[in-house]
Design a protein around this ligand. Structure first.
Ligand SMILES: Nc1ncnc2c1ncn2[C@@H]1O[C@H](COP(=O)(O)OP(=O)(O)OP(=O)(O)O)[C@@H](O)[C@H]1O
Ligand SMILES: [Mg+2]
Length: 400
């Protein structure tokens, strides 16, 4: 048997720390050090190089979040995990952007504490191994996974994902699938006028029961040639998506589809992080307002910290409203990377969303539609002349 997973505990609350220590040592985990926030935590992380750093996240969040970032710089191979009484979406989002790879509710239950730590560690190790050995067979040769991401809500992620997937399918005739990773509240199917009988939520449930379902049976075919893995109908409740299962679904899809386009929710979660990890390319969407641009900046630094190379993250400015307060040059400067693509504001877009008919189908000549088609041509490989279609290698297409 291998050695126990080594954990550095960072918690200024002595009682809480004792409770954590008891729970950890009951299981297969070794507490190799204990620290307060700040310098002490970084120093110990650097000296011990533990497998896992467990940080107690509590109000005021700023100090614990800064510590979370600092320990990653001090021990880059350690897996950062937070434990907190507050695991609301905002707290999770902040912690994920600061690099957390796992979340544990406090007070803790020893079994789930161990399970969360071991799963997060195993997943992180897999990524580290792949990063160290890019030729590793851990990365199957498969379709490109393009994840449309943006931590701010309503910036046009779903609109872009649907129009892009349809455009790539049209231009390349390659198999394209569109996954709605907003398992509970996603509106991809609605925006495409589809009535999905089976959903990603159903698929995840079957997987959680230990079945090995055929993913194809959960896809809904759009007549324009995209297979959609839709979100659950709103009236049914879905438990939080298991990140491992989301990753497995995307990997499986990439085995049979040349392009797997993933739409993500406006809140960051471990399921979103898993989708990002699986991505060949992340299309980071921002609108042209300061709040969204600042969120994009945080997202870019979080992704860089996670080891995403700059060519894997593409900044897309979508002018979702016509009240733009910042120029694209300012956006590039603030976010710290160049603008890969920009999509104009177009009043026809909300109308097409309402009708459930994406604009690239409803009016391919509309200015937003033309711009998305040109983006699809670059990604899918149809070249500048999108009407020509069919060229073989796009910039994000993986070789076969
Ligand atoms: N380029 C555009 N021009 C005009 N309206 C747009 C544009 N892009 C998106 N919209 C509109 O903005 C609204 C929000 O878009 P969308 O639902 O795609 O955002 P989202 O980022 O997916 O939101 P959420 O975070 O809630 O999932 C929709 O009504 C859509 O029609
Ligand atoms: Mg959306």
């Amino acid at each position: 048997m291998g050695r126990n997973t080594q954990v550095l505990l960072v918690d200024a609350d002595a009682d809480h720390r004792e409770m954590l220590k008891r729970a950890l040592t009951q299981r297969s985990l070794a507490v190799v050090g204990e620290a307060h926030y700040g310098v002490e935590a970084s120093r110990l992380a650097a000296a011990l190089q533990p497998d896992v750093v467990l940080v107690h996240l509590r109000e005021p969040f700023a100090l614990s979040l800064r510590t979370l970032e600092a320990v990653q710089a001090a021990a880059p191979c350690a897996t950062p995990i937070v434990v907190s009484r507050d695991l609301g979406p905002q707290a999770i989002q902040k912690a994920m952007l600061a690099g957390a790879r796992g979340f544990i509710g406090s007070p803790v239950v020893a079994e789930s504490l161990e399970a969360t730590i071991l799963v997060a560690r195993a997943r992180h190790r897999g990524l580290l191994d792949r990063a160290l050995d890019p030729t590793s067979s851990a990365v199957p040769i498969a379709g490109a996974v393009l994840t449309v991401f943006g931590p701010k809500g309503g910036v046009g992620k779903t609109t872009l994902a649907a129009n892009l997937a349809l455009s790539i399918a049209r231009q390349t005739s390659a198999p394209v699938t569109l996954v709605d990773a907003d398992v509970q509240f996603g509106d991809v199917a609605l925006s495409m006028g589809l009535d999905a009988q089976r959903t990603l939520g159903d698929l995840l449930e079957a997987m959680a029961r230990g079945e090995t379902p055929d993913i194809r049976a959960y896809l809904t075919r759009h007549p324009a040639g995209v297979d959609v893995l839709a979100a659950r109908h709103r009236h049914e409740l879905t438990p939080a998506a298991d990140p491992e299962a989301i990753a497995a679904v995307l990997r499986e899809l990439a085995r049979s589809f040349d392009f797997v386009v993933v739409d993500t929710p406006g809140t960051y979660s471990s399921a979103v992080a898993a989708a990002l990890d699986e991505s060949t390319t992340v299309l980071l969407v921002t609108s042209a307002d300061m709040a969204s641009v600042k969120d994009a900046r945080m997202a870019v630094s979080a992704l860089r910290r996670e080891g995403f190379s700059d060519d894997r993250v593409k900044l897309v400015v979508n002018h979702a409203t016509n009240a733009n307060s910042v120029t694209e040059a300012d956006i590039a400067k603030t976010v710290g990377c160049e603008v890969f693509w920009s999509i104009p504001h177009d009043r026809a877009v909300p109308v097409s969303t309402q009708r459930g008919e994406p604009l690239v189908l409803a009016d391919p000549q509309a200015k937003m539609a033309k711009r998305v088609q040109a983006m699809a041509a670059l990604i899918g490989g149809a070249g500048e002349d999108v009407d020509a279609g069919g060229a073989m290698f796009g910039m994000f297409r993986r070789g076969r």
